[in-house]
Write a protein that binds this ligand. Structure first.
Ligand SMILES: Cc1cc2nc3c(=O)[nH]c(=O)nc-3n(C[C@H](O)[C@H](O)[C@H](O)COP(=O)(O)OP(=O)(O)OC[C@H]3O[C@@H](n4cnc5c(N)ncnc54)[C@H](O)[C@@H]3O)c2cc1C
Ligand code: FES
Length: 313
């Protein structure tokens, strides 16, 4: 396996990202999506669920690296040191990735961003994924199960063909509820249509979500109403991926109620969904970028408390 890793300038910690030239081990269809498996021991050994890699892509108009969630890593066995990503081909960068061949070398930086925090107490976890957003949640499901926690899942997609890793989702969880926008599989509707019922049936104490931002907003708002802690991995447009350019900011409500811009690439992509000021994000109309303290709304109380759940001080 070829992987030439260099530590990024100024970074020396064992958890810090590395830049590596990585051999492609596999590139194949995964339903409506593509799976790319690369040999990357230095990234695999550092990676945690929720983090992403930034891949340099070839072709015309592809100066910027493209970010992809880490879908799976192998730390042991014959496949040790591999990192998988799952992607939807819909533009120049992702189209180019469908053309790489086994034994080609790709330039990868990772692992980047914050991982999903793991509960510090026994609690049933509900994972809500939309489209290829299911991929990092399956990696998270493995970690939560390893900690002895119950994991349930809601998997949503536009149609049956766009449901990712149906069998894997069933294998890794106590229950999976499928929803499709067109009703071709599972419940006809959105993940939020079944959220409350699944939370009640599975006694879920915390929700993790990954998928398109409008879905994350809807899930966060429902969780806020149910006073349920919710962690979401957002997908903001990114240029540098390492905290320099501020392309990727998300408006986050602080403890005093004010809103501050946080960079999704280094402060996220995993955020407390109830703290995102969704009304001020770029996919809403007329964003007020800073909210004055007197207009500010304090973040909601949840049960169990965030401090208790995540072990925060
Ligand atoms: C943290 C993170 C994790 C992601 N994980 C995945 C994943 O697991 N699988 C997957 O298929 N896609 C994922 N994406 C989206 C993926 O990065 C874009 O689909 C990809 O960059 C599109 O590049 P393109 O050249 O094919 O398309 P284009 O749309 O032409 O991209 C042009 C530019 O826009 C940016 N861009 C376009 N769409 C997005 C988007 N949705 N989010 C962020 N930037 C975008 C690109 O980086 C590029 O700079 C993730 C994005 C982020 C931020
Ligand atoms: S992508 Fe440049 S700061 Fe986040």
């Amino acid at each position: 396996m070829a992987s030439r890793a260099g530590t990024m300038q100024g970074r020396i910690g064992t958890d810090d990202p590395v830049q590596a030239s990585c051999e492609v081990l596999a590139r194949r269809r995964e339903g409506a999506y593509w799976l790319l498996s690369i040999a990357c021991p230095s990234i695999a050994e550092r990676a945690k669920p929720g983090q992403f890699v930034n891949i340099a892509v070839g072709g015309f108009g592809t100066l910027l690296r493209r970010p992809f969630s880490i879908a799976r890593v192998s730390k042991q066995g014959v496949a040790a040191g591999t990192v998988d990503v799952v992607f939807d081909a819909h533009g120049p960068g992702t189209d180019w990735l469908t053309t790489v061949s086994v034994h080609d070398v790709v330039d990868v930086v990772g692992p980047l961003g914050t991982p999903f925090p793991l509960p510090q107490r026994k609690v049933a976890c509900l994972l809500v994924g939309g489209g290829y957003g299911v991929a990092p949640l399956l990696y998270l499901a493995e970690e939560l199960t390893r900690k002895g926690l119950r994991v349930d899942m809601i998997v949503g997609a536009a149609s049956q063909e766009r449901i990712l890793s149906q069998i894997e989702a069933k294998r890794l969880t106590a229950s999976v509820t499928f929803t499709t926008d067109d009703g071709s599989y599972g419940v006809h509707g959105r993940v939020t249509d079944v959220l409350e019922e699944v939370v009640e049936n599975c006694h879920s104490g915390v929700v993790y979500a990954c998928g398109p931002n409008p879905m994350l907003r809807a899930v966060s708002e429902r969780c806020k109403e149910m006073k349920l802690p919710v962690q979401v991995a957002v997908e903001e447009h990114m240029a540098c991926g390492i905290g320099v350019c501020f392309t990727c900011v998300m408006p986050m409500r602080q403890k005093d109620g004010t809103v501050r811009m946080k960079r999704s690439c280094i402060d996220g992509p995993v955020f407390n969904g109830a703290r995102i000021a969704w009304e001020a994000t770029r996919f809403d109309v007329g964003p007020p970028l800073l909210v004055e303290p007197e207009e500010a709304e304090a973040p909601p109380e949840v049960r169990p408390s965030e401090a208790d759940l995540w072990g925060e001080s």
